[in-house]
Design a protein around this ligand. Sequence first.
Ligand code: AMP
Length: 288
Amino acid sequence: MRIITAPAAMQGLAAHWQREGTRVGLVPTMGCLHAGHLSLVTRARSLVGQRGIVVVSIYVNPTQFAPTEDFARYPRTRARDARLCRTAGVDAIFAPRDRQMYPKYGTGAFSTFVVEDSLARGMEGAARPTHFRGVTTVVAKLFNLVRPAIAVFGAKDFQQAAVVRRMARDLNFPIRIVVAPICREPDGLALSSRNRYLSPAERAQAVALIQAIRQARQTVRRAARPVLANRLKSELTWLIETRPAARVDYLEFFDPRTLRPVTTVRRGAHLALAAYVGRTRLIDNGRL
Ligand code: AMP
């Protein structure tokens, strides 16, 4: 397994693979890898085949964090990540440094951003106004550096996958965007690198997110007619906030194809939510 840090070296290797006609699958991550990330690696491998190349990028992208967020303390576990990737059969890790990805960032020397201007507006985009601009910018850079035929994202970040797919279509990246299902703990908590911030008491309360999704699913499936979104939002907020450490940031019902909010909720609608458990912000989503 190769570990590449220089963007120019990555781009050179990608050009070589392209000349050879090798299919490349990319799994973009911020590292601190867990079974959710590894499921994306497995999916990428099945899509590019044994003769193809699977690249995992590991980069905690500063431009998708607001100044108040956890960029500095985001867990970085490079040696462990490399071991996990090697065991999972990854061919190459691309782990660039900030000064290589954003030379002289903050001095005005880096000044081009990619903005998706529709799907990125609600939910995570409303709660974290500069987040998706950072995501689409870094993903566009990764696409140009790695030149994959396929890129695999997780449904854990449902809106992110939709935004990236739209960007790839709108900007003519010749890349198939694949979205893999959410991997969960046995009690239903979605795996996330941020789960390691949780104290044992908070970890027990974090199950409230999946419980809210299950409760919404049950309500919608049992109801004789569509359920009012606002009513369901208050019920679920109450359910989550009965846990002393939990506070809802947003909760949204929407059409999974357009991401447009719905005012009445029926089977097939999608629920996405963000909640703080202590100081840790968690997100989850599911089809109802
Ligand atoms: P991150 O390292 O959190 O930026 O995530 C990198 C990729 O892994 C994204 O496409 C995520 O959606 C995906 N991912 C993170 N957690 C999970 C999970 N529990 N199940 C499936 N995919 C995940």
